[in-house]
Design a protein around this ligand. Structure first.
Ligand code: BJW
Length: 248
């Protein structure tokens, strides 16, 4: 039986790099994306960090510095999702694959960073996670356990377990509406969420992106264009009650 979003149904929004593209943050797999300039094996695996930590530190330091530029601001898609949460308190969860903090800057509060956060560092020895606004390097000392050289970017590399999977699974299980925004659908487990939701058969599934993802055919509703345009359009319709996702 499907659930109506209009009364008490919950919404899970999965976001990817595409939602931040118009804010000036590079995507990974588009033309001129991050993986065209860097090999994953060199910068985004635990093995890369073990082999050449300085290179990996510098990869993330450069991205952290870029994120701090004054012109990097949330765009209308981030803003609209924060507005949606404000209009439907307690009923919207954003699960972002992004390590930028543009959702927070826009005002979203119920948010999971499943691939970590660029502005945090984690101690590999004790697991302590702290804000990290400056460059990180091999001499950093953990403020909790005082280990030297164990601090790493608080990000999830290939082969590592994404964060808060249990909480995400509960939310996917309960949701009435699943919206995927600006992700290519190439990285698991996020790429499999739409399949998980469809298997349960209770939620309406929507893809909003610049172009069809690898999982395109699993979405019941699809709209393609710039996130700053298509996300506000879709959310406006949702808030106006102009969408009908099934009987309540
Ligand atoms: C716009 C737009 C605009 C542009 N408007 N749209 C099952 C099957 C096969 C493989 C696996 C599997 N399960 C696990 C794996 C292995 C692996 C994996 O998925 N490999 C694939 C390559 C096949 N997954 C993992 O290793 C994950 N871990 C895991 O599964 O653990 C299980 C485990 C079990 C037991 C023990 C241990 C572990 C971890 C994945 C970590 C991914 N990390 C990265 C880097 C994070 C830090 C960083 O940022 O550096 O996360 S990789 C990178 O890809 C980053 C992103 O979050 C992620 C997804 O990318 P995203 O967001 O989709 O970006 P793009 O560039 O791909 O797409 C952008 C989209 O936006 C495009 O579609 C554009 O069209 C669109 N767009 N402009 C709207 N203006």
């Amino acid at each position: 039986m499907s659930r109506a979003v209009g009364d008490s149904g919950t919404i899970v929004v999965l976001t990817g790099a595409g939602i931040s593209a118009e804010s000036g943050i590079d995507t990974f797999r588009d033309k001129c994306g991050i993986w065209e300039r860097n090999r994953i094996e060199d910068v985004a695996t635990p093995e890369a960090f073990a082999k050449d930590p300085v290179r990996v530190y510098e990869f993330y330091n450069a991205r952290r510095r870029a994120l701090g530029a004054p012109d990097i601001q949330p765009n209308a898609a981030h803003d609209t999702l924060a507005l949606l949460e404000g209009q439907m308190p307690g009923r919207v969860l954003i699960v972002t694959q992004n390590i930028d903090d543009l959702h927070e800057q826009a005002g979203s509060q119920n948010l999971i960073h499943m691939h970590g956060e660029l502005r945090k560092a984690r101690c590999g020895a004790c697991g302590d996670v702290r804000p990290q606004l400056d460059d990180l390097g091999p001499d950093a000392v953990c403020a909790n356990c005082e280990s030297r050289g164990a601090m790493r970017p608080h990000v999830v590399w290939f082969g590592e377990m994404p964060l808060e999977q249990d909480r995400i699974a509960v939310a996917l299980d309960a949701c009435a509406l699943f919206i995927s925004i600006g992700t290519s659908g190439s990285v698991y487990p996020a790429a499999g969420f739409v399949h998980d939701v469809r298997m349960l058969g209770r939620a309406h599934t929507v893809e909003l992106s610049l172009e069809p993802s690898l999982g395109e055919s699993l979405f019941e509703e699809r709209h393609y264009g710039q996130a700053s345009q298509i996300v506000p359009l879709f959310i406006d319709r949702l808030l106006a009650g102009e969408t009908n996702f099934g009987p309540s």
